[in-house]
Design a protein around this ligand. Structure first.
Ligand SMILES: [Zn+2]
Length: 206
């Protein structure tokens, strides 16, 4: 009983790859095994303004909405959980160094931590927090959506709209999973149209 002490479990990958569903499954299993659990979700994701982790496939788990790692540590000190789950960890605030040292401190207190988060943004650049946490994991799973162009394992969540900000909350209307080959092909086509017509990327997406 309670063999999982101070383990870091990370589910990463692109959007629609099943990261959050896997996190929820882990938490449900820990609950069945008698562990006390706390689930958190950064408040930035306002798609569903409730205290639930809601996945694209609509399964759900109750989670406390928080802003930064400080709030998580405070609530852990107050509630003393066996297991802590954090969904969308790439949106967690509080500074990368504080997040990493906070996670380490919780692990050293023998709290098991389950994280779900995007490894790269829509342009293929790593999310720093996830990049720093991945090597610390005891168990690391990279999940894959299906590339909508060719059907192989997807690598990135390609943004179909013209927004260039790093974080645009959305679902299948704004993003599509693509493999690296199809993503690069898409970029080449976009650049060719921009060069040929002397239009900006923003014009192209209108
Ligand atoms: Zn593809």
């Amino acid at each position: 009983m309670h063999q999982y002490k101070g383990k870091l479990i990370i589910h990463t990958g692109s959007m629609f790859s099943g990261k959050t569903s896997s996190l929820e499954k882990d938490v449900k299993r820990f609950k069945i095994a008698g562990y006390t659990t706390l689930a958190f979700k950064p408040v930035l994701d306002t798609r569903n303004n409730t205290s639930e982790i809601i996945t694209h496939d609509k399964t759900s788990l109750e989670a406390t909405l928080i802003k930064d790692i400080g709030e998580i540590i405070k609530l852990c000190n107050e509630n003393n959980p066996d297991v802590v789950a954090i969904d969308e960890v790439q949106f967690l605030d509080g500074g990368i160094e504080n997040i990493v040292s906070g996670i380490r401190a919780l692990l050293e207190k023998e709290i098991t931590i389950v994280l779900a988060g995007l490894d790269i943004d829509f342009s293929g650049q790593p999310f720093e927090v996830v990049k720093e946490l991945m090597p610390l994991a005891d168990y690391l799973t990279k999940h894959h959506a299906v590339c909508v162009k060719c059907g192989t394992d997807a690598w990135v969540s390609h943004r179909k709209t013209k927004d260039r900000e790093r974080v645009v909350i959305g679902a299948s209307k704004e993003y599509e999973p693509l493999c690296r080959k199809c993503f690069l092909e898409e970029k080449r086509i976009e650049e060719a149209i921009v060069n040929k017509n002397q239009v900006s990327f923003e014009d192209l997406k209108k």
